[in-house]
Write a protein that binds this ligand. Structure first.
Ligand code: SF4
Ligand code: SF4
Length: 175
């Protein structure tokens, strides 16, 4: 994403969010008070490449295909249609059914490294030290997960996409 496009998002978010809002990581979830008035990352995406959102074994059931657009039976996705689980009042799923990616966004595990999605208003407006501290706590929590789940949750991005939209938090690669 060119710098001017990132700047355009910054201007758009600054108009929508004149005051800084609360964002924190607690109890395995990023609580992000920008989300209810933003929903940018749950709605239709401009990119043609779908964003994969892995599902854990315990989240798979007969209802999964009704809740999500699926790349395969363990991977929901967000694409140009948006997320199937997005309703008029926001996500219609119980938190336990939402992909781990949703609980952590705008923190994203790419190739087992933790990144910050730069386009999110929280990434733009929350203090950098607070974001770095959240990143360390999320990393510590991820490190407690089963390696198979880490593998499943971790996504890959094209190098140019990664460089343009994701900030490397300089934390160790998760194994
Ligand atoms: S872009 Fe950020 S603030 Fe907006 S819905 Fe996604 S996580 Fe929430
Ligand atoms: S599952 Fe819910 S929180 Fe996650 S992308 Fe879909 S609508 Fe958004």
């Amino acid at each position: 994403m060119p710098d001017d496009e990132l700047q355009a998002y910054r201007t758009r978010w600054a108009r929508l969010f004149p005051e800084q809002r609360h964002v924190d990581f607690d109890d395995c979830v990023v609580t992000n008070d920008y989300c209810p008035d933003c929903r940018f990352c749950c709605g239709p995406q401009k990119e043609s490449e779908p964003f994969p959102m892995a599902l854990l074994d315990r989240q798979i059931s007969d209802r999964t295909a009704d809740d999500f657009y699926l790349l395969d039976d363990h991977t929901a996705c967000l694409d140009q249609r948006g997320c199937k689980a997005l309703g008029p009042a926001g996500c219609r799923l119980d938190r336990s059914l939402r992909p781990v990616a949703c609980a952590l966004f705008p923190f994203v595990l790419v190739n087992r490294r933790l990144y910050l999605y730069r386009v999110c208003p929280a990434s733009m407006f929350v203090d950098a030290a607070a974001l770095a501290d959240m990143g360390r706590r999320i990393h510590a929590w991820l490190a407690t997960l089963d390696p198979a789940d880490i593998e499943r949750i971790s996504i890959s991005r094209r190098p140019e996409d990664l460089a343009a939209k994701y900030l490397d938090l300089n934390l160790p690669v998760l194994v």
